[in-house]
Design a binder for this molecule. Structure first.
Ligand SMILES: *Cc1c(COP(=O)(O)O)cnc(C)c1O
Length: 375
């Protein structure tokens, strides 16, 4: 069976984890955490970033930092993972779902402004499949209405918009290093701060509401509980795993891109015949080969294709039942305007196996199996 996902592994992870154990540094903010954060700061050109226990935790931190209050509203796509919404629900916010664009499946930037009310505080965008949202338009709307922009860049580590790294354009950027993402630490994530003015607050909410980080920097002589917080620091053992992956950043990225391009070239003839649609990458977007998906005619075709692939030893999965149709989505929010594309597009999308070190042999089996379905 060809798995849908295999967690990335470079070979050095165990050495670094062993080093962490040998040095008796396994709690949060140890040497590997610092190394990963410094790497992210330099690569993305941001003044501060913090590893977290998950992408969800990074989003929770971002929601806290926006200061959103119970009853206030967050605008977000319904076509996303529930964590984007959970983070704001935890703050008592109301979810306002806006339709997606049919090409990138990202939030439709032209439909955001009409959904803004005097209760809106945040626009939370999701760069689906590591393909950028239309950030210039979104930042312009946010600035004119004095709203925060949180980038759910969970899938977008290393991807760009007009040459700028995703996660560094809005007020807060959130990444995931879950084992299904391009770079992993098992469970983990990071929040990046393009602006240092949120540094103290970010450190406080990540450290159980204490100003412990300032204490460690020698800025104060004892630390205390100063605000609400939680514990969002991952163990340095996990950071040691991630460090091996960041060291192999280029290799992992090139390998995934090669698989992505191979899928793309192989399926072009099917697209020309009108049997499938391939992912659209706008000119402004530099994607990171996070995901390869096909769109087929309808849900029925998708169900049979998934079954056919399984019979041929290939695990393919669909994505995102729109949040506004789920029990929690109905409870915590509502869809603004007509749902033209969210449900329709989500019903016909199918993700193919995509991971670091997917062999050409296995990939050929996937490609052959898709072709035999349409034959
Ligand atoms: C993976 C993912 C998350 C959550 O990340 P975790 O590390 O699993 O908590 C959030 N949003 C999106 C869009 C994701 O793909």
């Amino acid at each position: 069976m060809i798995d849908f996902n295999v967690p990335p592994f470079t070979g050095k992870e165990l050495n670094y984890m062993q080093e962490a154990v040998a040095n008796r540094k396994i709690c949060g903010d140890g040497p590997f955490t610092k190394r990963c954060e410094a790497w992210i700061n330099e690569k993305f050109g941001v003044p501060a970033s913090y590893l977290t226990t998950s992408g969800t935790a990074a989003l929770e931190m971002a929601a806290i930092l926006t200061g959103i209050q119970p009853g206030q509203e967050v605008i977000l796509p319904s076509y996303t993972f529930c964590s984007t919404a959970d983070a704001f629900v935890a703050r008592g916010a109301k979810l306002v779902f806006v339709d997606i664009r049919p090409d990138t499946l990202n939030i439709d930037e032209t439909k955001i402004e009409e959904a803004i009310t005097d209760k809106t505080r945040v626009i939370a965008v999701v760069h689906y499949a590591g393909v950028a949202c239309e950030m210039d338009a979104i930042m312009d709307i946010a600035r004119r209405h004095h709203l925060f922009v949180v980038e759910d860049a969970a899938q977008a580590f290393g991807a760009t918009y007009k040459g700028r790294y995703l996660g560094t354009i809005g007020d807060f950027g959130c990444f995931s290093f879950h084992e299904t993402k391009n770079y992993s630490m098992g469970e983990g994530g990071a929040i990046v701060l393009p602006d240092l003015k949120y540094r103290d607050e970010a450190e406080i909410c990540r450290e159980k509401g204490t100003n412990r980080s300032r204490f460690f920097r020698g800025q104060i002589d004892k630390y205390t509980w100063v605000n609400y917080g939680s514990s969002y620091l991952p163990s340095d053992l996990n950071a040691a795993y991630l460090w091996a992956q960041l060291e192999a950043y280029r290799d992992i990225s090139d390998d995934r891109m090669k698989s992505w391009n191979r899928y793309h070239d192989s399926f072009l003839p099917l697209e020309e015949k009108g049997l499938v649609e391939l992912p659209t990458i706008p000119d402004e977007a530099g994607h990171n080969a996070h995901m390869f998906y096909l769109k087929v005619k309808d849900m029925e075709t998708r169900t049979s294709l998934i079954r056919h692939l399984k019979e041929n030893g290939v695990l393919a999965v669909f994505h995102y039942i729109p949040l506004h149709t789920s029990p929690a989505g109905r409870k915590f929010g509502s869809f603004f305007g007509p749902d033209v594309y969210t449900t329709k597009e989500s019903e016909r999308l199918l993700r193919l196996p995509m991971y670091y070190h997917l062999s050409e042999e296995d990939q050929d089996q996937v490609i052959r199996s898709v072709y035999s379905f349409f034959a």
